[in-house]
Design a protein around this ligand. Sequence first.
Ligand code: BGC
Length: 493
Amino acid sequence: MSLVEEATRIAREFDYPAEQVQRGVSEYIRQLNEGLAKENTTLSQIPTFVTAVPNGTEKGLYLAVDLGGTNFRVCSVQLHGDTTFSLTQSKIMIPRELMASGTSKDLFLFLARQIESFLRIHHNEHFEAHLRRRLDGNHEQDLFDLGFTFSFPVRQFGINSGTLIRWTKGFNIPDAVGHDVCALLQSAIDELQLPVRVAALVNDTVGTLMARSYTSPGETGTFLGAIFGTGTNGAYVEKLDKITKLQHMKDAHYDKSTGEMIINAEWGSFDNHLSVLPSTVYDHDLDAESNNPGVQMFEKRVSGMFLGEILRRALLAIHNNPKLAIFKASETSKVSLPSDSLFYRQWGLDTSLLSQVEADTTKDYVDVKAALKDHLKIENPSNDECEAVKILVHAIGKRAARLSAVPLAAILIDAGKLDSDDVVDVGVDGSLVEFYPNFEGYMREALREVPQVGDAGNKKIRIGISKDGSGVGAALIALVASKDETLHTPHKE
Ligand code: BGC
């Protein structure tokens, strides 16, 4: 068997045909409803206590911070009240040791210090005025309300409190699990005596939904916000009477007048027990050797944190096959792969390589070669080797995009959103939808294959990139929370 034939054979293992998409959608609907009724289900379906989406007229100055990937972002957002906003931000990489081996105290103090330097640079006047008032014994005046975008599964108890269920995306600080992350951030902020009140806890998908709804054109609010980036997840507007598990949360306080609440689906954990998700040996081994085996099983097939590793494992299998030659120098091949290449390292292959490879339309693989060299120090690959990489990238990326249609179709069908002629607005963000060529196209192809969606339904779905969900979206939720005086109780663990 030739190299290209073997790559084609493996690529077929990533096929995700229409009937499997349809089975996925039915099972998603089942797990969705189970998650609305009780706790500890595979789809968490977390009530966020946000009960309305914005319409673009909201106004004010808010702070927002964002913890959820490799960078920590601090921003201040001025909402102008006419669907526009201005945003000032700073971004800093989170040191590896704080992500995975330190204590929660170290991490949250680090975050509070970033907020402090941001305030000193961009809002120094306000900051100094606050310090002067403090000396006069007047602590509560003029606090900044802050929206805390924390993009991990959290069990929420209100708009401004929630305990961490588990870390995802490579974070692992065990002493934070089970604790209220707003309280942790507030104590660090108080330790540094900053003029900031943590007003709202925000998942990035909820922020994306809110930001899209604030900025999007037209009368209708946005229905769903989704992230296809390092991780994947979605949030949508659910009818209050369907969220029956709320009845067990007696102390929960929220505005019931809209009859709706945004649900954070945490769809990264759809079908953790693998009743319908497709699985290859590469998926299996990736999970077994990850730091959270058995959870985030949908995310491990769809999002940026994992696609590079799936590809690396598939290529490594061919590389290690004595009968085949990929990236092995020989009399006929001048290819070089140094022993310190990230090709040999777990998580060494960044998903941006997939986007670069998929985008290559040249016949002599110019971009594939550049990507292999830049990411993996592989030089002089043959055309067959490049073709094998392309075949696998395409298969893995396309499966991810087709899988992404499953939660989308299921949520729209279950909410009856395709029954009328109205447009359904969806805001999306993340490196995959933004940079992987035709990600939305493959997703839409799979959507059309779901009979309850079809061509007509697909046309009603308006998908738009919603940037800055974690800034603008968080500011909008801080606004809602700051207007609700009953929420202004101090955060204490
Ligand atoms: C987290 C979600 C988050 C998503 C996208 C997942 O790993 O569990 O809370 O929304 O990543 O960032």
